[in-house]
Write a protein that binds this ligand. Structure first.
Ligand SMILES: [Zn+2]
Length: 96
């Protein structure tokens, strides 16, 4: 269903290099958030990720962004301001 979010866990990646003890040098990659849009999983690996079907924009946290023409023009808010409002809403009903 559209709007569904999934996260792939961070993973160790073998860089192909060995350290002085001949141990492979692994680096951790960031976990990836994907959101389902237009029936396809859209990887949110960039600051802004655009669905190639409906041109919806999502940030790295798979939060839907307002259409670009509206960014900051009417409200004077930055995209970060708008998104932080969403974050605070998540505290409602937390706990008892
Ligand atoms: Zn879409």
């Amino acid at each position: 269903m559209d709007g569904e979010i999934r996260r792939t866990p961070a993973a160790e990646v073998d860089t192909g290099f060995k350290d002085e003890n001949d141990e492979p040098i692994l680096k951790w990659t960031r976990s990836l958030t994907e959101i389902k849009c237009c029936g396809e999983w859209l990887p949110c690996s960039c600051f802004t990720n655009t669905c190639q079907h409906c041109e919806a924009d999502y940030n790295m946290g798979a939060q839907r962004l307002a259409s670009r023409s509206q960014w900051g023009e009417e409200t004077g808010e930055s995209v970060d301001d708008i998104l932080s409002v969403d974050d605070h809403g998540g505290y409602n009903g937390y706990g008892e």
